[in-house]
Design a protein around this ligand. Structure first.
Ligand SMILES: [Ca+2]
Ligand SMILES: [Ca+2]
Ligand SMILES: [Ca+2]
Ligand SMILES: [Ca+2]
Length: 262
């Protein structure tokens, strides 16, 4: 079982980030999944013109990979520590949140998504981190009360026309509820959600990967639902044994270099 997500190194990226990305590239070469099968900027680390040092709202056209249903076209990216919320502090590529993450509720209830055309078919695995925000009081201090944010992750087959419309079929849907408190097995409050072989993709098919804000614990439409490290892989593709062995090694190495102190 291998999960892949790609982080595009940005200018000034830390050495660990570059190494991790290099390892991801190595894994790709081993045939787990083609590059076209991966989300772009699933870890929200890609740089873009005008990105503030600590985060803020941007038009989706400025954010690599991601689109939004928000009527104003805004996507909100937070930097590590912004308003007291730290990135996930895991030690693997799936759990290390790096320096940036996204708030789905940018200015309104919305969905972040990417449409991906597969070059090969197979069974889809997915992974993402989700965290509730809590209530943001006027002094911008995060309220410590335990409040749940709710998000639905879904994969939709966009059909023969490859575009989103009313005739499309939802292949998989999972609604997760995560609060704003750092519990055991979480990473600064970010909970890791994963699934294996949850839908079948066909070569040439186009699929929408959606992260939909359902509700926020605060009740505020512009505050809630942090996500990071969104990604997926294909396990239905035959992998030669030597590659599988190498991938296990790569995964171990990636876990080691992914560790970073805060
Ligand atoms: Ca990140
Ligand atoms: Ca917001
Ligand atoms: Ca369609
Ligand atoms: Ca929690």
């Amino acid at each position: 079982m291998i999960f892949q997500y790609v982080g595009t190194p940005m200018p000034g990226a830390s050495k660990n980030k570059v190494i991790t990305s290099a390892l991801s590239a190595m894994a790709l070469l081993c045939g787990v999944a083609s590059a076209q099968n991966l989300l772009i900027n699933g870890d929200f680390e890609s740089d873009y013109t005008g990105r503030p040092a600590i985060g803020g709202q941007q038009f989706s056209t400025n954010v690599p990979g991601w689109q939004t249903t928000a009527s104003d076209g805004k996507i909100e990216i937070w930097g590590d520590g912004f308003r007291g919320v730290n990135s996930a502090n895991g030690t693997t590529t799936a759990t290390d949140g790096g320096d940036y993450f996204a708030e789905i509720n940018a200015t309104q209830v919305s969905t972040l998504f990417q449409d991906v055309t597969f070059t090969e078919g197979g069974l889809i695995d997915y992974t993402f981190l989700h965290r509730g925000r809590g209530y943001n009081d006027p002094s911008t201090v995060i309220n410590p009360d335990r409040l749940n944010d709710v998000m639905t992750f879904s994969i939709t087959d966009l059909g023969a026309n490859g575009t989103y419309d009313a005739t499309d079929t939802v292949l998989f849907s999972r609604t997760v509820t995560t609060d704003n408190i750092n519990d055991s097995n979480e990473f600064n409050g970010f909970a890791l959600y994963q699934g294996v072989d949850i839908a079948t993709a066909i070569a040439g098919g186009t699929y929408r990967f959606s992260y939909e804000a359902v509700s926020t614990g605060s009740g505020l439409v512009a505050s809630g639902n942090f996500i990071d490290n969104a990604g997926f892989g294909i396990t239905g593709v035959a992998i030669p044994e030597p590659s599988s062995t190498l991938l296990v090694m790569i995964g171990s190495i990636a876990g080691l270099v992914g560790y970073r102190r805060r």
